[in-house]
Ligand binder design. Structure first.
Ligand code: NAD
Length: 354
């Protein structure tokens, strides 16, 4: 890769500053790459200490979306919006309508949806100004709505591949430690229980943990104890940053595969896990079921198409693990290299060249 092309993946194609005094809208839309199609990625609404940190977050997240969408085989590039939550009083609906006008001004180069801090109602406000939005109220029988069951399915099938690769077995009879029993974690437990896995779980909401005990015969542990528990697989399905230098050292599992975004505290942890013989399944590869569901809603695909595309997550996982073995890299390095190659093969920018 030449310096020039390498830069293409680091530098975004376009950064749009969001600034509307009337509604207190402030933030950024970052189009990281539109080589594969319109830049798709959600809108984060968060209280940032400074606009510089907001833009840094948008840049990092947009690049992540390029890689996630490329690995999922979607006809979408990567982008992200971040809105800095106003400190004073403001009209939230008016703010999201102003954001919708900014999305509309990009004329289809950017497709938005929910992310941390945004809701279906926010996206309904956006949709009053632009059609380039997904994550709206679901039409019965059509893709859209809660993506969690699709995310859980993708994680489950990637886990089957990772376990077969590292341990040479199926999930039947293995012990899986699931951190977080939210929308994805609980649905993942259902599939793991059906597949014959024994479940250890950690979940601060005691009523939800109790439901897992009844439904799946799960053993409840504290979040701290779960990390060092005797388990074959560790599945982070709560917040990001679950794998720190300390937890990477304490893990007894031989496979880490879960839904949470940004599981590794820093890039160093990918190497740390590999050095301990622990297979880390890249989060942005295995949790793509949600974005596939969003892409289907926007593109008008049917549920069978979503099912087929989520099914391909397992194939991609196999490809990445084989590549990592052949090249002697971590799965994260292999996944990044593969994503960059897919984007590069798409040729020159076709959409955002203006
Ligand atoms: P959720 O908010 O429904 O669930 C998170 C759960 O984790 C909650 O039940 C919470 O009580 C629990 N939790 C919080 N801190 C914990 C801790 N220290 N230990 C154990 N449990 C803890 O979220 P979700 O939709 O299930 O998503 C889970 C993760 O997967 C998030 O990181 C999310 O960004 C990521 N993700 C979700 C989707 C999706 O389709 N929902 C898609 C891609 C990625």
């Amino acid at each position: 890769m030449t310096l020039e092309t390498a830069k293409d993946y680091v530098l975004p194609e376009r950064v749009v500053r969001l600034h509307d005094e009337e509604t207190a809208l402030a933030g950024f839309i970052v189009l990281h790459s539109t080589r594969l199609g319109p830049a798709a990625g959600g809108c984060r609404f968060w209280s940032y200490p400074s606009l510089e940190l907001a833009s840094a977050d948008a840049l990092r997240l947009a690049r992540g979306m390029s890689y996630k969408n490329a690995l999922a085989g979607l006809p979408f590039g990567g982008g992200k919006a971040v809105i800095d939550a106003p400190t004073g009083t403001y009209d939230r609906s008016a703010l999201f309508r102003a954001f919708g006008r900014a999305v509309e001004a990009l004329d289809g180069l950017y497709v938005t949806a929910e992310d941390v801090g945004t809701t279906v109602e926010d996206m309904a406000q956006v949709s009053s100004q632009t059609t380039h939005v997904a994550g709206l109220a679901q039409v019965p029988g059509q893709p859209g709505g809660d993506p969690s069951p699709w995310t859980a399915l993708g994680v489950f099938s990637a886990m089957q591949v990772a376990v077969a690769h590292r341990l040479g077995t199926s999930l039947d009879g293995l012990t899986v430690a699931v951190q977080g029993l939210g929308h994805v974690g609980f649905a993942l437990c259902e599939r793991l229980h059906e597949a014959g896995a024994r479940l250890l779980v950690a979940e601060p909401r005691s009523d939800v943990a109790a439901r897992a005990v009844v439904a799946f015969d799960a053993q409840v542990m504290t979040p701290a104890a779960l990390v060092g528990a005797r388990a074959d697989v560790f599945a982070p399905c709560a917040l990001g940053g679950a794998i720190t230098a300390r937890t990477a050292d304490a893990l007894q599992a031989k496979v880490v595969c879960g839904a949470a975004n940004n599981q590794l505290e820093t890039d160093m942890q990918a190497r740390q896990l590999a050095d301990r013989g622990i297979l880390y399944a890249p989060d942005y590869l295995v949790n793509a079921g949600g974005i596939i569901n969003v892409a289907a809603e926007y593109s008008g695909w049917d549920t069978a198409e979503v099912d087929a595309r989520v099914g391909q997550i397992a194939d991609r996982m196999r490809e990445v693990l084989d590549l990592a073995d052949t090249q002697g890299t971590t799965p994260v390095e292999a996944a990044d290299a593969l994503a960059a190659r897919i984007i590069a093969k798409a040729g020159r920018r076709t959409v955002a060249a203006a």
